[in-house]
Write a protein that binds this ligand. Structure first.
Ligand code: TTP
Ligand code: MG
Length: 379
């Protein structure tokens, strides 16, 4: 069966909600964001984009570029409630919906070719449903995988609908700049540009050995994206909240060092499951039940999502330092939450993490072959 993935992304989301709620702002340059001295633009209407205003620009600069703009503070609660209504619509179109941010989601619509008119009719239908319910426009991409669907939704923004068919995918994306690939940031793009690679087509033609010094373990993923290939699944929302492991020990554990050794085992299990699912998460929670049945939990939210055993353990160690470890311990648990797919969080090309990743992926492939119990790192 062919896979069909839809990516839906609202147009100028915060600004469009403001224009919807204030009809007098329609057709005008609306700029939403922090209005105080050091505020930045969250987003702006397409009218404002014509003046060169864009997301993440300083508000001071936006005021210079577009003095006649309508400058508004963000009303997150309002945007969230519109977002929830859009999410309900997504679920009417597919049981498998993976929200990516407040205004975008992937929908797996495979198998819906048999609908009258085929899978193609879903694009206009979902756009109409969103417009009827919210009064807003969305851009929709339909393609054989997530990577292509996201590129497609961007191709005819705003109010666009673009299909990329498997047979034409490579040619369609070849002219796009490499920066359009998930996770290829400015630094990586610049490094590739210096090697003479500026388009996705040029990247697709590169031998893996040529890219490996730069892209490390991400080389194959990068090449597959460049060739228009991507088999990451759409992971439904409800499955993505958190991932954790806990264990009640047959005999109570005594002392911090014993507990840390047990936690290191749990961290490796959680890390492995995250990586196997292509997930990473920002929040790590340590759970400890002592012999007196009291439950102690500590959480830490990292700036960037983690999925490596060592990263998880480093946070666990920090959290463990906050507990006394005087009582015998019955149960230990580690949970990682606020999950994202690895692709949303960006590929990391920095040297230190890349080395840990290479080590990790060698162990992971053993686990994949022989089962999770085959190998465990020492204390
Ligand atoms: P985007 O979908 O990236 O942008 P957009 O919907 O405003 O415009 P486009 O038509 O290009 O999709 O982000 C969705 C919302 O997230 C956006 O309306 C405001 C918010 N946002 C920020 O608060 N800060 C940011 O830096 C970005 C990029 C978005
Ligand atoms: Mg958007």
């Amino acid at each position: 069966m062919d896979r069909w993935i839809m990516h839906v992304d609202m147009d100028a989301f915060f600004a469009s909600v403001e224009q919807r709620d204030h009809p007098e702002y329609q057709g005008l340059p609306v700029i939403v964001g922090g209005l105080s001295g050091r505020g930045v633009v969250a987003t702006c209407s397409y009218e404002a984009r014509r003046f060169g205003v864009h997301s993440a620009m300083s508000m001071a600069r936006a005021r210079q570029l577009c003095p006649q703009g309508i400058f508004l503070p963000a009303r997150f609660a309002r945007y969230q409630s519109v977002s929830n209504r859009i999410r309900d619509i997504f679920h009417q179109f597919s049981p498998c919906v993976e929200p990516i941010s407040i205004d975008e989601a992937f929908l797996d619509v495979s198998g819906m070719e048999r609908l009258s008119g085929g899978v193609i009719t879903l694009g206009p239908k979902i756009k109409a449903a969103i417009r009827e319910t919210t009064g807003l426009t969305a851009s929709v991409g339909l393609a054989p995988n997530k990577f292509l669907a996201k590129l497609a939704s961007d191709m005819e923004k705003p109010d666009g609908f673009t299909i990329i068919r498997p047979e034409t995918a490579k040619a369609r994306i070849a002219p796009l700049p490499i920066g359009r690939i998930f996770g290829v940031g400015q630094k990586t793009a610049a490094a590739l540009n210096r090697l003479g690679i500026t388009t996705i087509g040029q990247l697709a033609a590169c031998p893996a050995a040529f890219l490996r010094p730069l892209a490390g373990r991400n080389t194959e993923t990068l090449l597959r994206f460049a060739q228009g290939l991507d088999d990451r699944p759409v992971i439904p929302d409800e499955k993505r909240q958190s991932l954790g492991r806990e264990e009640t020990y047959p005999e109570d554990l005594l002392g911090r060092d014993t507990c840390l050794a047990a936690l290191w085992n749990l961290a490796q299990e959680v890390g492995w499951r995250l990586r196997a699912g292509g997930l990473s998460g920002c929040t790590v929670t340590l759970k400890v039940r002592t012999a007196d049945f009291r439950l102690h939990t500590r959480s830490w939210t990292a700036e960037a999502p983690v999925d490596l055993d060592e990263e998880i353990m480093a946070i666990i160690r920090r959290l463990a330092a906050e507990l006394p470890w005087k009582q015998p311990v019955r149960l230990l648990g580690i949970t990682v939450s606020h999950l994202t797919t690895a692709a949303d969080s960006g590929l990391d090309f920095s040297g230190e993490t890349a080395r840990a990743r290479r080590r990790s992926s060698a162990l992971d492939s053993l686990k994949q072959k022989f089962g999770e119990g085959i190998i465990r790192k020492g204390v």
